[in-house]
Design a protein around this ligand. Sequence first.
Ligand SMILES: [Zn+2]
Length: 224
Amino acid sequence: MDLNKLYLTENECFKSGKIMVPKGIMVHSTGANNPNLRRYVGPNDGKLGVNTYGNHWNQARPDGRQVCVHAFIGKLADGTVATYQTLPWDYVGWHSGGTANNTHIGFEICEDGLDDKDYFGAVYKEAVKLCVYLCRKLYLNAEDIIDHSEGHKLGIAGNHADVGHWFKRHGKSMDDFRADVLDALEPVKLYRVQVGAFKDRRNAEQLLTELKVYGFKDAFIRNE
Ligand SMILES: [Zn+2]
């Protein structure tokens, strides 16, 4: 993951500075054909490129709307995909049009024309990595991740179709997404080798001591 930080400090949402305890993550996509991060994140930090229209979200009401998210995923000026954190993770964001704002971190994936497989693959991977990072950091689970449309079905977000309308064009669903996050979160599976079995616990402890002397510091006794 290419995680950068540029807080949208001029946005009314940032200025209101309301704090929450994140209970989940809501995945959004922008609904406009513009994969460039500079459309939403600014001013230019040297990597984003210049937004010549000055319509990025680092202003009080972007496009006249009270709207703000915790992060964007999209293209840098050099065409590579990156993530920009735009609000502290524990700030209330204005992304759901519902009560999910008080419980969910919201991030936007910048849409393109929706048909570019390479771009979709890159932003999907980046979004999985962002969610893995957030789950580890905030003790969340893969099942705590929903998209905007699922939030609407749960009654905690406004009626939007993102991100299913885009994901399904590339054979993905939110269930696939959660499964991919879960796969990445699961600890590495280990193959263990047993070196003894005793009726008397003292013998097991004796062997454990010897193994540790030989350098097997993670050796342990299991009672079955
Ligand atoms: Zn949305």
